[in-house]
Design a protein around this ligand. Sequence first.
Ligand code: F6P
Length: 542
Amino acid sequence: MSELTASLAWNALQNHSERFANFSLKDAFSDDTERASRLSLSAGGLFYDYSKELIDDDALSALLDLAGQQNVAKAIQAMQSGEELNTTEGRQVLHHLLRQTDKSTIPTQLHPQFDAVINTRAKMKDAVARVHNADVTGVTGKAFTDIVHIGIGGSYLGPEMIYQGMQVHHLPSIRCHFISNICAHELARVLDGLNPETCLFVVASKTFTTLETLTNANTAKHWLEQQLGKNAVGQHFYAVTSSPEKAESYGISPAHIFAFWDWVGGRFSSFSAIGLSLALGLGWETFESLLDGAATMDTHFFDAPLNVNMPVLMALIGVWYVNFFDRESLCIAAYDSRLRSFAPFLQQLEMESNGKSTDLNNNAVDYHTCPTIFGEPGTNCQHSYFQLLHQSPEFVPVNFIACAQQEHTHKEHQDWLFANCLAQANALMLGQQTADQHKHMPGNRPSSTLLLDRLSPENMGALVALYEHKVYVQSVIWNVNAFDQWGVELGKQISKGIKPKLDTGDTHDLDPSTAALLTRYQKINEADDIPRQNTPDIKKRA
Ligand code: F6P
């Protein structure tokens, strides 16, 4: 038995959860008319209502005991003061520095890192102004009108999600496009219709070694050179990386290389130079507002007592379901089409961080860690998997996210959207008791609601920081390192061994299933006879 599962706080929660067989949310609200206001709080422009969660005061206090036992307050301080939290890679974890502006609030020992942040921010601001003022242009002298961001994982999901979220802040003169998948249909979709003369490519890769990103960058480079000549890369390619020397050897000018550092994890890097495309596509002011919003949430996280600390409460409620109700999934239902990429963003943030089974003392865990995250924007989700949420044998916790005001003129749409969000949370809680078992809904199904006044850049920044900190707190409870991702390496290595076999057909060291699939692939490809999308360089096959 691990220290955690043998601990007093864990056992108290275990015992308390057993009493929840009889807990009724409906009764909890009628017994306590203050429940909705007591179990809610505001921070960083976000309002968090957790009164529809399956918790009572004893559960909350037992969860806070667990946080105390696991030294969550100390862990928060450790992040703030720059301790080496990423122990398996020997790195500090300082993404919170990326959004700070006031050096006097930064611990002295982190001043060198903060200076580096400020220098890069100044370089970004300067680059954004030059692009917007057409002080820098493409090789034919035309102003850039299209930013093509090439990256994957943390070098893609955050910027893409935020760019969609900030739809009403898109600059009319410049558009961002994102290429992540090595599937060239994505590249073809993006490049088709773009004029290379006005395209600025931002190659975003922390390591500058990632297969997908470099393969896509090479093809994009070729596409550009075919049309504008060999010297076009110098003016049309920028890089964001913590390996500037690799970007330079790739042919990108040092003036166009924007640094970030090994103390910023990829999935926590949205507000580093990885956000350069955001700053180009939204404008510097909007980018700074995103940083300000994230910084406000950082301050709340660092300063608020645990019992009124939004990321901490969210993390503890998550732990409550995962470990004491065996809930292995979490649904993210964002009722705003602009947040359609929020669940995919969280999938990496949460699952790459906490999908671990070895603890910080190198022991195998004997408890569940990160739940599976899934989600589609509301109301689309209602017409796909919400059936399961209402009537499957087991409940799935839901995080509803909604904006009270939307920046369009169609109030009818806005009201229906919010009415549906409220209705779903309500239906999950109340259920429907009917004699016809097919129509019966058990109810008592938990959810929380995050209500934003509107999807302003500040609130967007705070939302990202909220979940970043929630993930960290959960890792502290589960005693795992949220900042490494060794699990993704094996598949990458195996793919390197398999790729040449697609040419040679040598399957002798493969398992029978893989061998048969590879042979079938080869056979199908012998006849290169299908019509292909007419994208320069993609239609020509070696
Ligand atoms: O494959 C996982 C991963 O290493 C992520 O952690 C990272 O965000 C992504 O790949 C992209 O890596 P890079 O920014 O180095 O290209």
